[in-house]
Design a protein around this ligand. Structure first.
Ligand SMILES: C[S@@+](CC[C@H](N)C(=O)[O-])C[C@H]1O[C@@H](n2cnc3c(N)ncnc32)[C@H](O)[C@@H]1O
Length: 250
């Protein structure tokens, strides 16, 4: 039997074991009642949400997936000195932290808007810090500490606007250059992978704007094509999915 350290913090019960690490958030009424922190193949952590039977990132490598699908195929692909990003699903803030770090190192001015309906508690995001590389940590802390619904300058090349809202009903910001479509899988949250959501995103994209997603399912690809995206099937991250999708609004 594995030993456990149990920490009781106000509303939260944190149980540290060998692997996986179990975190029970007793303070929320929604789908995020319980999350298990799991290491992924590249050593970076992800969360498993048992009620949905779904992970927040690829178990083949959370960091590798984020860097490939969103940074390389989206943010870096979009040529321009300034970029306006919209993320569907802020989650742990990993994509936001990596983008803030890249904007700082590569000098590309970035406005980053991210929507999240079920924000994670701060004890949980603080706990995840322990698994991250030292150079990413300051960005990760800043994106998670930033207030919701209050645009925050994280550094002189990065403004973060975290919106506590529902992608199904919110007004999608206009003039987007890059969309990180990082919702839970279509089998788990089919209501998000709909023509109506993608049409609203398409309308908010600038010409030359791009949408990237880890999901390469044929039905998603065909829906995006019907809406008007020019679709590319790109190789997936190393050790992960075979293909990912990038859609361009020409
Ligand atoms: C795959 S995870 C996102 C991972 C995240 N991008 C990261 O870097 O950690 C999907 C996220 O979408 C959020 N979500 C679920 N339904 C939503 C909705 N209707 N509107 C906005 N966000 C939603 C979930 O709570 C979850 O955080």
């Amino acid at each position: 039997m594995s030993t456990a350290v149990v920490i009781l913090l106000k509303n939260y019960l944190l149980i540290l074991r060998t692997e996986p690490y179990l975190f029970i958030d007793c303070g929320m009424e929604d789908i995020l009642k319980r999350c298990i922190v799991e290491p992924t193949a590249d050593g970076s952590p992800t969360l498993y949400q048992p009620d949905l039977d779904e992970h927040y990132h690829s178990v083949k490598g959370a960091l590798t997936e984020s860097l490939h699908v969103y940074l390389d195929m989206g943010w870096r692909y979009f040529a321009g000195e300034k970029v306006k990003v919209f993320e569907v699903g802020f989650g742990t803030g990993l994509n936001a932290a990596l983008t803030a770090q890249a904007a700082d190192c590569e000098g590309k001015a970035t406005e980053y808007i991210s929507v999240e309906l079920y924000p994670l508690s701060s004890p949980l995001t603080s706990y995840l810090e322990g698994f991250l590389e030292a150079d990413l940590l300051p960005y990760y802390r800043k994106v998670n500490d930033a207030e919701w619904d209050c645009p925050t300058v994280l550094h002189d090349r990065f403004v973060l606007d975290k919106r506590l809202d529902n992608i199904l009903t919110m007004k999608i910001p206009e003039g987007l250059n890059v969309v990180y479509f990082d919702a839970f899988a279509p089998e788990k949250q089919p209501e998000i992978w709909t023509e109506s959501v993608f049409r609203r995103i398409f309308a908010s994209l600038s010409h030359g704007g791009v949408l990237t997603t880890y999901c390469a399912k044929g039905c998603v690809r065909r829906m995006l094509e019907e809406i008007g995206f020019k679709i590319e099937r790109l190789p997936g991250p190393q050790g992960g999915k075979r293909e990912i999708l990038r859609g361009i609004k020409e």
